[in-house]
Write a protein that binds this ligand. Sequence first.
Ligand SMILES: [Zn+2]
Length: 212
Amino acid sequence: MPSVHGIAQKTVLTNTADLIPKLRQRQFGFGADSIRSFTVGHYDEQYEAEALDQEHAKRNKRMSENRRWDIRFMKLAHHIASWSKDPSTKVGAVTTSRKGVLGLGYNGFAAGCDDNPALYKDRAQKYPRVVHAEMNALLQTDRLRVNEHITLYSTLPCCADCVGPIINFGVSRVVFPQWTNDEDKERFMVSLNLPISMKMFSEAGVIVDWLD
Ligand SMILES: [Zn+2]
């Protein structure tokens, strides 16, 4: 280190990179070397572009991470659906928060009630008795202990009868699998009253996502 009269002198600033506050360099993760050749004017553009790129990269990473969890929870819902004793329609549902899985449900008769397979084959007997998968998942979810957003995954879009309780329970997002064929779509549109379901979700501000 140079000295004058025995007192150490600091090195004089020699390039623009030294003018950039160290905090900013740390915050956006690029060091002095990558910007050493830029003037201060060019630096501002470069600085903005790199910061934007990094923000996009972070957002894409977050989105792909969210999608990965959506796929995992939907797979879990499909697995739960296989537990249903209904021979014609097996539905599974999962409620989650940032803490993880909160409740699981599949369509079936109430606990302890006669679940003779013959009753499932007779629609006049089945419909009044069956509890839908989403309702069973909500019944397992301890709402008072979860003070945050709840997402409900269901292997079949919710019928209009279930939508009201789902909204009042405080579910903020629902996820359904994308239709794989038009025949199912047309059939369930009518039998589940889906236009009304979707309108109710929309009115209440519940996000509806369809998973490919
Ligand atoms: Zn329902």
